[in-house]
Design a protein around this ligand. Structure first.
Ligand SMILES: C[S@@+](CC[C@H](N)C(=O)[O-])C[C@H]1O[C@@H](n2cnc3c(N)ncnc32)[C@H](O)[C@@H]1O
Length: 318
């Protein structure tokens, strides 16, 4: 009797897609293909050109698919994620960077690039940096920017340092620190051009449904404290009020139901003007932007736009 031929990569991926769909995974085909590419050691896999399954692939792939079936995050299994132009290492114990935060990073990158184009060397602080996606985006995309990244989690600080080393970029500073500490980065008070943050902001009664988030992202990264989840974001506002130079820009991510509360919290500090909400790529209100109030504005040339009037920042309050 002849032996049945070994299953092809394509057939194994089809089977894995069904397994992951049955387990409630939101993107079963994408994840099945990504796990096969990872097991094959390929950056990506095109099933039209799928290679024959090498020896041992079937067993290794089955193990990876089983981990994903049990709702371990894909990024933890493969050990990395893509954020803007970066491939970042991710690890259990540190928040997995999300695509929607790429838009938050874009606002900080744009502001830093605008200041660089004026011949300045902008100082950008990323509070609650996690794996370092926002800070490293500014650091790698805006040559000349000086970047400081802070997180209260030693694991996050170590991971940001690793990702910084792997990026091959300049001299970004990474600090362990608590944004609620009124002395955090006190030597930079009044000198920072951009404060950018994706802090924890989930209220205690809004436990995420997805096991990947609920069971694998650290609580420190998810829950912002207080009944509304906005205690840590309010600490970010206070730190930004202290750190920013007059006219400096604050950009902070929040949940889509927190836009009005975030604007009210920013207004309540009395430290900000041009307080507004910007949408993410799907049009949902997902980030607060505001400018540090300052002394009387510098006289402008006729026709010169006022500070903060550049497109995309502070001009789209819903
Ligand atoms: C939602 S995660 C975002 C991480 C990263 N900014 C990103 O977008 O991928 C929030 C981060 O805030 C950090 N964090 C929580 N409380 C903090 C605090 N009081 N001070 C500084 N960092 C804090 C957590 O450790 C976590 O890395």
């Amino acid at each position: 009797m002849t032996e049945a031929p070994a299953p092809t990569v394509r057939a194994l991926v089809e089977g894995a897609t069904r397994v992951l769909a049955d387990a409630g995974v939101g993107s079963p085909r994408h994840d099945a293909v990504a796990l096969a590419a990872y097991a094959l050691g390929l950056p990506r896999l095109d099933l039209v050109m799928a290679p024959p399954a090498p020896e041992g692939f079937t067993e290794e792939y089955a193990g990876l698919v089983d981990r994903r079936r049990r709702r371990e995050p894909l990024q933890h299994i493969v050990g990395s994620t893509v954020f803007r132009y970066l491939s970042l290492r991710v690890e259990p114990g540190v928040f997995v960077p999300r695509p929607e935060t790429e838009t938050v990073a874009q606002v900080a990158v744009d502001e830093a690039a605008r200041l660089t184009a004026e011949g300045r060397s902008p100082l950008v602080v990323d509070l609650c940096c996690g794996a370092g996606g926002i800070a490293l985006s500014v650091d790698t995309e805006v040559p000349g920017a000086r970047v400081v990244a802070v997180d209260a989690s030693p694991e996050a600080v170590a991971l940001t340092r690793h990702n910084h080393g792997a990026s091959g970029s300049g001299t970004m500073r990474v600090e362990l620190g608590d944004v609620r500490d009124p002395a955090l980065l006190a030597e930079l008070d009044g000198t920072v051009d951009v404060v950018v943050s994706n802090p924890p902001y989930i209220p205690p009664d809004a436990v995420p449904v997805d096991p990947e988030v609920r069971d694998h992202d650290p609580d420190l990264a998810l829950y912002g404290g207080g009944a509304d989840g906005l205690d840590v974001p309010r600490a970010v506002l206070a730190a930004a009020a202290r750190l920013l130079v007059p006219g400096g820009l604050l950009v902070m991510e929040h949940a889509e139901v927190q836009d009005a509360a975030s604007r009210a919290d920013a207004e309540a500090t009395g430290a900000f003007e041009a307080v507004a909400t910007l949408p993410d790529l799907t049009g949902r209100p997902r980030m607060l932007v505001a400018r540090r109030r300052g002394p009387a504005p510098v006289p402008r040339e006729p026709g010169e736009p006022p500070p903060g009037a550049q497109a995309g920042v502070g001009d789209s309050q819903p």
